[in-house]
Design a protein around this ligand. Structure first.
Ligand code: MRU
Length: 334
């Protein structure tokens, strides 16, 4: 099956086309959105999600706003308030806002198209760089390895091949990866629903595992690396990513396997000194309670969408231009 682009500004119709990820894996359905309200709702409810895809959506939202004669600052505020942790949403919207203020509303459409194109080329650079790291690890292990991943950092989270999953797929095509263990990623199951679906499309051997099984699987099956994406990387190298990433990093350290974070440079937020300064999105407790069958008005839950993995647990951060290895925060020279 040919998978359509995850999210794309359509300059002919002045609409945003996106795969409604709430329906996957059962149905791959593209929805067309023609209002800023509609797009913000799609972002908030995770019809479109994943940091690089949100960068594209942020710019596309501004293009929608420009076409519909909205006020630029209001549109920008409305977009960035939908999800606070993934800095890429703000990066995409701000880039469009600045062009709008400098060159006028007609120029915003081209920004939305450029952000999409640039994401494709940077994904491919990340995949090549990260796959080379997996190859080196595999050689040390005798030829090939299993990998473990969390959440979805694939095509569905980006404009093209993905970040973490792009690396894994490229390494698999190079004969380096045997099997991918996919954390289900509670409570919204981005691993079980989205990453596993993408691996299925590519016919890459994989197994969905409960998040809580990571230690058991690394002990019983073994894996040579953990590879994940990021929603924001602080100047000191701390990483915000889907809730449960920190747990996986601790488990990876116990088993002494490299913990690799893949993200475009735009995910590195030099204005944020360290992880503790990153705003963590708290989502509605009903996302947990409904899935466990609690009647409306009963039960209580905490539902943080992201956590912070301290830089000391990150072996390599791979971007489209560099590999930042442990002990060398992104903001430090040398
Ligand atoms: O809540 P989500 O599904 O938007 O969270 C997505 C993640 O945490 C991804 O791992 C991250 O955005 C990196 S995507 C390349």
């Amino acid at each position: 099956m040919t998978v359509p682009p995850t999210v794309q500004w359509n300059s002919d119709t002045c609409t945003v086309d996106l795969i409604d990820q709430r329906l996957l894996p059962a149905t791959c359905h593209v929805v067309t959105i023609d209002t800023l309200h509609g797009l913000c709702e799609a972002i908030q409810t995770l019809a479109v999600r994943g940091a690089p895809a949100l960068e594209i959506a942020g710019a596309a939202g501004m293009a929608l706003a420009a076409y519909n004669d909205a006020e630029p600052n209001d549109a920008y505020e409305m977009i960035v308030s939908t999800r606070p942790t993934a800095v890429n949403l703000e990066v995409g919207a701000r880039r469009a806002l600045e062009v709008w203020q400098r060159e006028g509303r007609a120029a915003v459409s081209d920004v939305a198209l450029s952000v999409f194109d640039e994401d494709a080329s940077r994904n491919r650079a990340i995949a090549t760089r990260g796959a080379a790291i997996l190859r080196t690890i595999a050689e040390e292990l005798g030829g090939s390895l299993n990998v473990i991943t969390h959440c979805n950092a694939g095509r569905l989270a980006c404009g093209d091949v993905g970040t973490a999953l792009g690396i894994i797929e490229e390494a698999w095509r190079g004969g380096v990866v045997d099997e991918v263990f996919v954390n289900e990623t509670r409570p919204l199951m981005q691993g079980a629903r989205l990453t596993a679906w993408e691996l299925e499309q590519e016919e890459i051997p994989h197994a969905i595992i409960p998040d809580s099984a990571a230690a058991f699987i690394l002990e019983s099956e073994g894996a040579g690396a953990a590879v994940v994406g990021a929603d924001r990387i602080a100047a000191n190298g701390d990483v915000a990513n889907k809730i449960g990433t920190f747990n996986l990093a601790i488990v990876a350290r116990y088993f002494e396997i490299p913990f690799i974070v893949a993200a475009p440079e735009s995910t590195i937020d030099m204005r944020t000194p360290e992880g503790a300064d990153i705003p963590i999105e708290m989502r509605d407790e009903r996302e947990l309670l409904d899935s466990e069958g609690w009647p409306e008005g009963q039960g209580h839950a905490l539902n943080p969408a992201f956590d912070i993995t301290p830089s000391e647990l990150v072996t390599h951060t791979v971007t489209e231009t560099r590999t930042i290895s442990q002990g060398h925060p992104p903001g430090r020279k040398g």
